[in-house]
Design a protein around this ligand. Structure first.
Ligand SMILES: Cc1cc(C(=O)N2CCN(C)CC2)sc1-c1cc(O)c2nc[nH]c(=O)c2c1
Ligand SMILES: [Mg+2]
Length: 214
């Protein structure tokens, strides 16, 4: 009954990061993953691309699919305008438990609503559960086989508006070919690939930014 990797990551944050300082939480996790144990956070290189797109969109309402340990949740939430909020969905309760504590350590818990459950079940409940009209920004980082069905579900539920930005992690590694084919060929999206690397490695990966055209 030893600790899990997410628990060891959380312990590093609580030991080394400054409470209430999102940047120090981000830096601590990146250091842990680079020098102690690799973990599937979006990371520092792709994280800078995420930051620039979140800053450009300046979302009032952001949705993250796949919280894991909360690293990208902290990256997104620290950049939100006053009154802005990030709803993040996590299927795995053990990951969610760690993420809540990482998000709290960063001091941005008031901007975040973490919901446990399958994205396919929760997305249709966003309006009734959280009074969401439409999302300004969606970060897809959960499971490659859910990117396409969940993007279609967001469309069908009327949760996207003209100009909503979808940003997808791991479109090369592990890879989401069906999702890429859809957003790059659908007349309803304007899509662009941001070449980068798999977090903390030299392996190619990238982010796909797709603007919903309504
Ligand atoms: C688990 C895993 C293993 C990968 C890999 O190629 N590896 C070789 C190189 N070594 C070092 C690490 C391991 S890539 C990856 C991964 C990365 C993400 O960003 C993910 N994001 C969301 N949901 C996922 O399931 C997800 C998986
Ligand atoms: Mg990822």
């Amino acid at each position: 009954t030893g600790s899990t990797r997410p628990q060891r990551l959380l312990r590093a944050v609580q030991k080394k990061a400054t409470q209430g300082d999102p940047q120090s939480v981000i830096a601590t996790i990146d250091d842990f993953c680079r020098h102690s144990e690799w973990a599937m956070n979006v990371g520092d290189e792709k994280g800078l691309i995420l930051d620039s797109i979140v800053s450009e969109v300046n979302p009032s309402t952001a949705l993250e699919l796949g919280t894991y340990c909360g690293y990208s949740t902290v990256r997104i939430a620290r950049l939100l305008p006053p009154g802005g909020r990030c709803i993040t969905l996590e299927f795995n309760p053990a990951y969610a438990a760690v993420a809540r504590q990482v998000i709290a350590w960063a001091g941005i818990q008031d901007k975040v609503q973490l919901v446990e459950g399958p994205s396919g079940d929760l997305i249709p409940q966003m309006k009734e559960l959280f009074g969401v009209q439409t999302f300004d920004f969606v970060f897809l980082d959960h499971w490659k086989d859910r990117y396409l069905p969940d993007a279609k579900l967001l469309e069908e539920c009327g949760l996207l508006r003209e100009g909503t930005v979808l940003l997808a992690d791991n479109v090369i590694c592990p890879g989401t070919p069906e999702y890429l084919q859809y957003v790059r060929n659908s007349p309803r999206y304007e899509s662009r690939y941001f070449k980068s690397h798999l977090e903390y490695t030299k392996v190619e990966d990238g982010l796909e930014k797709s603007v919903f055209l309504g």
